[in-house]
Every structure is written in structure tokens, then in C-alpha cells.
Design a protein around this ligand. Structure first.
Ligand SMILES: *Cc1c(COP(=O)(O)O)cnc(C)c1O
Length: 401
């Protein structure tokens, strides 16, 4: 639930909060009726005319000072875009933050956060494995000049240094679905900003700022877009940090295309329905996998969700080669189901010992459950897992992620 002031919005109503499902279809669209529109317009302009260059100078100075979105049209498309801003407004509303800043991809969003902190001389990052493979790589390789200390959630407080600029966690984590007590980690961070990658949970299942996180990151490529046709990233946060992120976005250029902004706003409107329906499918598949003798271990988060990870007794590559309805492909969060082998693909770039140490077994498969009929999904998984008799019967209780 979100608190909206009825007076701020000129509404004569006693109900001052809107439920998530309502925000999902209305946020970012408040001005449309006044414009005489129903669907949001797509503004493809790269530049905006102004006959008053003194006023433009003042607007540029203001942006350089605070990073606040200029009043009126942007000066140039790299500074902001009205269609992208609708998506940002809507996502901030769903995450319960003041602001959100969109980027060309999830990795561009994470890069911008590291650049903001690094530019303040706070180059040290404390992070908990597992993370998405490329996030792990970006930190481990120090590509942006950061230095990382890996720890477990209980070790965060001890890992902090005077130059620590960020604590980074994923929960549920990619690909093991391991969960972290965000409130406890946020407490351990003290004044250091905690960034939670909320890609897997989405604001439908978890709003990290309510548990003390300062920054919430999404690969919007996944559930927010939801249809496998948009590459995007976004950071939801307070307006002060958002201003710095916009300044970095302006200077480094990792902007989101307006058409992607349109598709993401459209994606958000069905996010609660998609996440709940896919999660119901996933919970059912997790239960059937956990009871199956061909499966050694199932990871399914306590908070639910549409991702299932499982370890097979047999050859995981044979499962990937065997699916017919489910698509064998990296990525996740689409309306259709995808399966991949993290040790070969999503987490290949992570050193094998680090990967295994983080719980990413070579027999682990990661399944992104979509909106198909659950019986069709099960029958595909069942045949891809191969003959039951070919595997040793060693059922184990379903492990909590
Ligand atoms: C995919 C993913 C990313 C990276 O996002 P891109 O949009 O591919 O750049 C970051 N974090 C998580 C958890 C992801 O699944």
C-alpha cells in the first residue's frame, strides 16, 4: 500500500492510499486525461527548441547543481525524456521511493551507481555472493575502479571501511534464490547505502526500501518489461541520489530509448497479475520437482516468485537439450518459460571456485516459469528429465532457498 495525499492530487475522497494493482495501471499517467489522451504518447525527440538561450543556460546550471529534472521540456535527449520519465514515476511509486532513474540496461544502472560513489572517493564495495554473473564480474574485475570485499550477510558490518561506498546484495539471489534478511543487513550497513537488486522479487513481492535499503536496482529487462523484448535497467531511490544518477547518466550516456520506456510502462500495468500467476505455476512445479526422484534438490524462495532452481542427479545438459515447450535460453521474467544452466551461461564469467563457493553447483538448472498451463510445463519438464528408472531414487526434502 502507498500513501498518496488526496489533496496533492486534487481528489475529493477519503481513501488516501492506493493498492499496488491500482498504482500499476495508473501511476505515470496522471496527466493523460488532461491532455485528452488515453494511451501515453511516445516522445522520440532528441532535442527541444528554445529561443531563450539565457533560460537554457540557467536550466543547465540547475541540472549541474542538483541533477533535478529540468522544468519544462529537456534540453537534449540525454538529459531526460518525457516517455521514459513516465516509467520512472510509475516504478518509483511501486517501490515506494521518491524517484527512479532508468538506464539502457541493468548493467548500465549498476555502473552508474558505482560511478556515483566512486566519484565521491568511496570506491570500496561490500557484496554478498551469489550475484548475477555480470554484476559479480564487474566488481571482481574492478572495471570501474572499484574494489570489492565479498562476505556473507553476517560479515557485512566487519567488512565496512572508511572508503566503503556501497553494500550490494540480491535477494532472492540469481541463480540460487538464496534469501537475505534485508532488515538485518540494512542495520549492519549503518550510514553506507545498501543496494538491493530486486530483479527476482519485483515490488509485487518485496519492497526493499521498507526494510532499510537506500537503493533498489532492477534489470527491467526481466519482469518489469515482462515480454522478452526490452533491454533496460532502473534504480529506485531518494531524490538526492537520483540527481547524482541523472548527472552520471547525462555524462556517460547509458540512456533508455523512449520506445523502451513506453514498453516498460505498459509492462508495469500487468506486473502484479503476471507475477502472481507465474508464481502459482512456479510453486506447483517446485513441489513436483521436490517430490521427484530424478531431482536432488529444489530451491524455491520463502517469499515465493516465479523462479525455481533445481539440481538434478543426472546430466543437466541433457535437460537443456530435452525441453520442447520451455525455451532453453538465458534471461528470465518473460510471459513464456525459459531454462538455462548457470554454470555454462549466466554465471560462466564467474571463476569456477567462486561460483561453486557461492552455492552454484554444476548440476544446478535455473527455470523462469511463465504463464503457460502448469500441466503443459510439467509434462515438458517430465520428459526432459528423462526416464525415471534411469536415476537413483534419492528424494530429498525441498530445501528453502
Ligand atoms: C539480468 C540481471 C542483471 C543485468 O541486467 P541487464 O538488463 O541484462 O543488463 C542484473 N541483476 C540481475 C539479478 C539480473 O538477473
Amino acid at each position: 500500500m502507498f500513501t498518496l495525499s488526496a489533496m496533492d492530487h486534487g481528489m475529493d475522497t477519503r481513501r488516501t492510499t492506493r493498492a499496488l494493482a491500482t498504482e500499476a495501471v495508473h501511476a505515470g499517467r496522471d496527466d493523460l486525461a488532461g491532455l485528452g489522451l488515453h494511451a501515453p504518447p511516445i516522445d522520440l525527440s532528441t532535442t527541444y527548441p528554445s529561443y531563450d538561450s539565457r533560460a537554457e543556460a540557467a536550466r543547465i546550471d540547475a541540472f549541474a547543481t542538483t541533477g533535478a529534472e529540468p522544468d519544462g521540456p529537456p534540453v537534449y535527449g540525454r538529459l531526460g525524456n518525457p516517455t521514459v520519465a513516465r516509467f520512472e514515476t510509475a516504478l518509483a511509486r511501486l517501490e515506494g521511493t521518491e524517484s527512479a532513474v532508468a538506464f539502457a540496461s541493468g548493467m548500465a544502472a549498476l555502473s552508474a551507481v558505482l560511478l556515483v560513489r566512486g566519484s565521491m572517493g568511496l570506491r570500496h564495495v561490500v557484496a554478498v555472493r551469489p550475484l548475477y554473473g555480470c554484476s559479480d564480474h564487474l566488481l571482481t574485475a574492478g572495471l570501474l575502479g572499484s574494489e570489492v570485499t565479498w562476505t556473507d550477510p553476517a560479515g557485512v558490518a566487519d567488512a565496512l571501511r572508511p572508503d566503503t561506498g556501497l553494500v550490494l546484495v540480491e535477494s532472492p539471489a540469481n541463480p540460487t534464490l538464496a534469501e537475505i534478511d534485508l532488515r538485518a543487513v540494512a542495520h549492519a550497513c549503518g550510514s553506507v547505502p545498501l543496494l538491493v537488486d530486486n530483479t527476482f522479487a519485483t515490488p509485487v513481492l518485496q519492497r526493499p526500501v521498507e526494510q532499510g535499503a537506500r537503493l533498489v536496482l532492477h534489470s527491467a529487462t526481466k519482469y518489469l518489461g515482462g515480454h522478452g523484448d526490452v533491454l533496460a535497467g532502473v534504480v529506485a531511490c531518494d531524490e538526492e541520489f537520483a540527481g547524482r544518477l541523472r548527472q552520471v547518466r547525462f555524462a556517460t550516456g547509458g540512456v533508455l530509448h523512449p520506445l523502451a520506456g513506453y514498453l516498460l510502462l505498459r509492462g508495469l500495468s500487468t506486473l502484479p497479475v503476471r507475477v502472481r500467476a507465474a508464481s502459482a505455476n512456479a510453486a506447483e512445479l517446485a513441489a513436483r520437482l521436490a517430490a521427484d526422484p530424478r531431482v536432488a534438490k529444489v530451491h524455491y524462495p520463502r517469499i515465493g516468485g516465479a523462479m525455481v532452481a533445481f539440481e538434478v542427479h543426472g546430466d543437466p545438459h541433457a535437460v537443456i537439450a530435452g525441453v520442447r515447450l520451455i525455451t532453453p535460453a538465458v534471461s528470465l521474467g518473460s510471459v513464456d518459460s525459459l531454462i538455462q544452466h548457470p554454470a555454462s551461461i549466466s554465471h560462466r564469467i564467474v571463476d569456477a571456485d567462486d561460483r561453486r563457493g557461492a552455492g552454484v553447483s554444476d548440476r544446478l538448472l535455473r527455470l523462469s516459469v511463465g504463464l503457460e498451463d502448469v500441466e503443459d510445463l510439467w509434462s515438458d519438464l517430465d520428459q526432459a528429465l528423462g526416464a525415471r528408472s534411469a536415476r537413483p531414487a534419492r528424494p530429498e526434502a525441498m530445501a528453502q532457498g
